[in-house]
Design a protein around this ligand. Structure first.
Ligand code: IPT
Length: 993
């Protein structure tokens, strides 16, 4: 009997001895005992250490202790090895189903007492909610079984092995197994018992499983119950007190549907739940039911008869200290943060999360795509040869995975789509999984992105499709080819609802173009939105050699192969702070849209179900960012999908300042995820009168000079600025370089949409090739007059014939004010896009270093040409550190667009005041204030590698290149790509004392 219970690491069978069918993760009053806590632990370097540790009397006093749940590589300060990060690559040879002999193996032991009052239990079950990757279990020396399927639950019947009083449980966990070939998700490899272990008493006459399938139709609700219980357990009673439901089913064949005349539907916006119980004499199970009906009608995905638009995120389980160990408070805060940023959907990439997460999703309100634990991406390397997805030998393992996935979570109203997995190629085992779901749950569609031609799935799904391609998918009658489809297959796919299961790769600074994707959703009803890749960075809290804490990524643990910082691609940093991209997302997907028309405002409610009764609308008027008036708009309630018109308040327009009207939609009441007053959507209307821009006064009397002179507050030596007021200042110096973003470093995809890029070569590489990071200059001329200085510099890089001529004209305008006009003129022959066209000033350390900025322009956060929707016009202030975002890998950050006035500050004192004049096309420069130069930032792999600095560096950019998504997706859209061009920057500078 024993050999049958000894799954070998290369065994394809998903489990031996694990109970089937899998069942729901239920809240029951049956007795249970958590086996979480401190276990004895021993780590061996191979899978072949002696099994005598499993014996009852084994002496484990010399062993260490480890907490359960935990990943052993995150415990013991490195004593148990380290995490490994790979994206697609297998961190072991591609030799399926074998894994190397070097296979870290953790042995766990603990004792537990079976409580005396469990004597009435008919069965005792031992449940593991998650163990990575393959484990075996013994109770009191008797081998019980084993299983793989890291993010899936497994239960074992241990009735015969347990006894009253003290018992011993032993578990052996192998880091690598055959299962590792089908768990090749883009994340850290984190072995161990990382979810709960529970001993459950199953009462005689209890409820093995229950499924309350609900429906909603025109105000009416329906519950169809499926009860798994012995016939002797009956009668079974369903109670939903709030709805007056008390339904007694006398026998299994009696279990008929319950119709309820009036219920409120469940939706992600109004997650209405009703408490329910299902009980027998022996056991009561508590559920929270939500009434909703999921349906595909033609090419529309509907819930309760209305089209759903996913403003979703891909969510991994990740915590900077605990890895994939679930922390409910952390998860709840994560989900509340999503709600505050207008996220309405979650794809559980790429495995089922801890089961409690779905309770939270039901309660807070999200449309969920629940994904099975399956990915075989590394087979791509070998042309998908031997891919388990198409090999009958793996069929049972695949079916076991999907069964465990669906059964565990089937009761949740938030789950509206099942997903078979991610990036597992294609093949008949996936088709078999889909057939299993269809047979088991006909009410929820099946998703799998890799089914490009739609052979076995119900929705058309793609990842990282470009804006153009997405548009073509949504366009009726379009014959544009679809990925991997013949024209006929493409036509079939166009008959289905479409979603982007991944788009907008949020790695580092970026992505751009959220708004372009969102616009398509409103134009083409077949397009149902998508899921940003991804919600959160997976950084692991570590300590630099100098003691500085930092968030580690691939390579930081000395991995043999790894994928660097590709695991840091969230809209939320590892420490939980939202990046500017999340604000951009929030603005773009806001549930309320404002359109100004003369003195009227149209308010459109873009939501699925909810009207606007939870919102109030506030307005304010600002003159050059200074509030002058405010109030509340009387807005009639607007139903989902409807628009309402209101009159705008009368706005006092200033003759000599910019006048802006701002409208905020904010929560009128506290919710579970935000307080009253939380702003949901914002719009601005520019009511400024046109004011002429002072022209450039022609000057005569230029004569060659030595360039050593003083013009008001500006002091020059040899034609170069040395001082402004009391401050040492160097510059302006042409700056064309930015520390490449992860998207700048990406070489993804075809580039026909952005003709300045080169296929397969990143823009960052082209910039380095052209020497944009190492420009040198030669002074061509210095001329001066009584109150002006003019220099011409030729700027170019070593071994390059390309150059830029920079003419700088300084002039004294009035007492204490100087104007600087810089003309930037590229030579013929530049081919690539440029990161920026700017000038840089350096303010070296003084007694009181510049440590902040106040400005009137766009803010408060950084913005770029294709990520401007979260930015609004106003007055803002920030400390110099807060002007930069601490991306896991330092890169371009901090650009504030369209600045009108800027003051550099020390403490709260203004040091320099800069007014930026628009050019003849009305374009205004942006600014960046940082402790570091782009070159310093580009050289650093982590924030702690940036040199200490108290000097500051002000860059004023006539323009910046967009962000795009090319780390994994399309490049910057042509309209936002910065091509070499002649530009003018005009600044007026004063130095208050
Ligand atoms: C895609 C993966 O599905 C996802 O897990 C993640 O790795 C993402 O890329 C990038 O971060 S697959 C990619 C080849 C499109």
């Amino acid at each position: 009997m024993l050999p049958e219970f000894s799954p070998h690491v290369s065994d394809l069978a998903p489990g031996r001895g694990a109970l089937r069918p899998a069942r729901s993760w239920l809240h029951s009053d049956a007795k249970s005992l958590s086996l979480n806590g401190s276990w004895r632990f021993r780590l061996s370097p191979t899978a072949s250490a002696s099994e005598d540790f499993a014996a009852e009397g084994f002496e484990d006093h010399g062993w260490d202790s480890i907490p359960v749940p935990a990943h052993w590589v995150l415990e013991g300060d490195g004593a148990y090895g380290h995490p490994i990060y790979t994206n697609i690559q297998f961190p072991f040879p591609i030799d399926p189903p074998y894994v190397p002999d070097e296979n870290p193996t953790g042995d766990y032991r603990r004792t537990f007492d079976v409580p005396a009052d469990w004597s009435d239990a008919e069965r005792v079950v031992l449940r593991f909610d998650g163990v990575e990757s393959l484990f075996r279990v013994w109770v009191n020396g008797v081998e019980i079984g084993g299983a793989s399927g890291s993010r899936l639950a497994h239960e074992f019947d241990v009735t015969a092995a347990v006894r009253p009083g003290e018992n011993v449980v032993a578990v052996r966990v192998h880091q690598w197994s055959a299962a590792s070939y089908v768990e090749d998700q883009d994340q850290w490899w984190l072995p161990g018992i990382f979810r709960d272990v529970t001993l459950v008493a199953r009462p005689a006459g209890g409820i093995e499983d229950v499924w309350l399938r609900t429906g909603f139709d025109d105000g009416r609700g329906r519950v169809e119950a499926e009860i798994a219980a012995d016939a002797t357990a009956f009668p079974v009673t369903l109670r939903i007190p709030e709805l007056g439901v008390e339904q007694v089913w006398a026998t299994p064949t009696d279990v008929t549907p319950v119709d309820i005349a009036a219920v409120e539907p469940w939706s992600a916006e109004r997650p209405r739940l009703y408490d329910a119980t299902v009980s027998t004499a022996a056991e009561t199970v508590t559920l929270r039911v939500g009434f909703r009906t999921v349906e595909i009608r033609g090419d529309q995905f509907l819930v309760n008869g209305r089209r759903v638009v996913f403003h979703g995120v891909n969510r991994h389980e990740t915590h900077p200290e605990r890895g994939r160990v679930f922390d409910e408070a952390h998860a709840r805060e994560d989900l509340a943060l999503m709600k505050r940023f207008n996220v309405n959907a979650i794809r559980t990439s790429h495995y089922p999360p801890h089961p409690r997460l779905l309770d939270l999703a039901d309660e807070l309100g999200f449309w969920v795509i629940l994904e099975c634990d399956l990915e075989t991406h590394g087979f791509d390397k070998v042309g998908w040869t031997g891919n388990p997805s198409d090999d009958p030998a793996w069929r049972e393992a695949y079916l076991d995975r999907i069964e465990r996935t669906v059964e565990r979570d089937k009761n949740h109203p938030s789950i509206v789509i099942w997903s078979l997995g991610n990036e597992a190629g294609t093949g008949s085992n996936l088709a078999a999984m889909s057939a299993w779901v269809h047979a088991r749950d006909a009410e929820r569609p099946v998703h799998y992105e890799g089914d490009y031609t739609g052979e076995y799935t119900d929705v058309y799904s793609r990842m990282y499709a470009s804006v153009l391609e997405t548009e073509q998918i949504g366009t009726d009658g379009s014959r544009a080819p679809l990925l991997n489809c013949t024209p006929a297959q493409g036509a079939r796919q166009r008959t289905r609802p479409f979603l982007l299961c991944e788009y907008a790769h949020a790695m580092g600074n970026g992505p751009g173009a959220f708004d372009q994707y969102e616009a398509l959703v409103h134009e083409h009803p077949r397009l149902h939105g998508g899921f940003v890749w991804e919600w959160r960075d997976h950084g692991i809290l570590a300590t630099a050699p100098d003691g500085t804490p930092y968030y580690a990524y691939g390579g930081d643990f000395g991995e043999v192969i790894h994928d660097g910082n590709f695991v840091m691609d969230g809209m939320v940093l590892s420490d939980g702070s939202p990046t500017p991209s999340l604000y951009e997302f929030k603005a773009v997907v806001a549930p309320v849209d404002f359109a100004f028309d003369g003195d009227k405002l149209a308010i459109t409610n873009l939501r699925h179900t909810a009207d606007t009764s939870d919102l109030r609308f506030r307005w304010r008027v600002e003159h050059d960012g200074v509030p002058v008036d405010s109030g509340e708009l009387e807005v009639p309630q607007v139903g989902a999908g409807d628009s309402g018109w209101v009159s705008l308040p009368s706005v006092a327009v200033s003759p000599d300042a910019e006048t802006w009207l701002t409208i905020d939609a904010e929560l009128a009441r506290d919710t579970a995820w935000a307080s009253e007053g939380h702003v949901v959507a914002t719009a601005q209307l520019n009511r400024s009168v046109r004011r002429p821009v002072p022209g450039v006064r022609p000057r005569t009397g230029w004569r060659p000079g030595d360039g050593t002179l003083t013009l008001g507050i500006a002091e020059f030596v040899g034609g170069s600025l040395v001082r402004l007021g009391e401050r040492a200042v160097a510059g302006p110096r042409l700056e064309l370089f930015r520390a490449p973003t992860d998207n700048d470093k990406g070489a993804w995809g075809e580039v026909e949409e952005s003709d300045a890029s080169v296929s397969g070569v990143s823009n960052a590489e082209l910039w380095l090739r052209d020497g944009l990071d190492r420009l040198t200059s030669r002074r061509v001329s210095v001329e001066q007059t009584e109150d002006a200085l003019r220099t011409v510099d030729k700027v170019s890089a070593a071994d390059s014939g390309l150059s830029v001529l920079v003419e700088s004209v300084w002039s004294r305008e009035s007492d204490g004010e100087v104007e600087l006009r810089v003309e930037i003129q590229p030579s013929h022959g530049w081919k690539t896009v440029w990161p920026r066209i700017g000038v840089r000033f350096e303010l070296p350390d003084g007694t009181a270093p510049v440590d902040g900025a106040e400005w009137f322009g766009l803010g408060p956060l950084e913005s770029y040409p294709d990520s401007l929707r979260a930015a609004r016009t106003g007055r803002f202030a920030a400390g110099i550190r807060d002007l930069s975002v601490e991306y896991a890998r330092p890169q371009e950050t901090g650009h504030r667009t369209a600045v009108r006035r800027l003051a550099l500050t020390t403490g709260d004192t203004e040091v320099l005041r800069v007014e930026a004049l628009p050019d003849t096309q009305g374009r205004r420069p942006g600014f960046t204030l940082s402790r570091h130069t782009p070159q310093e930032i580009a050289r650093s792999g982590h924030p702690f590698e940036l040199p200490d600095s108290t000097s500051s560096c002000l860059t004023v950019d006539a323009a910046q290149h967009g962000l795009g998504s090319r780390a994994c997706g399309p490049d910057v859209w042509p309209a936002f790509a910065l091509r070499p061009a002649a530009r003018t920057i005009r600044l007026r500078i004063t130095a208050p004392n």
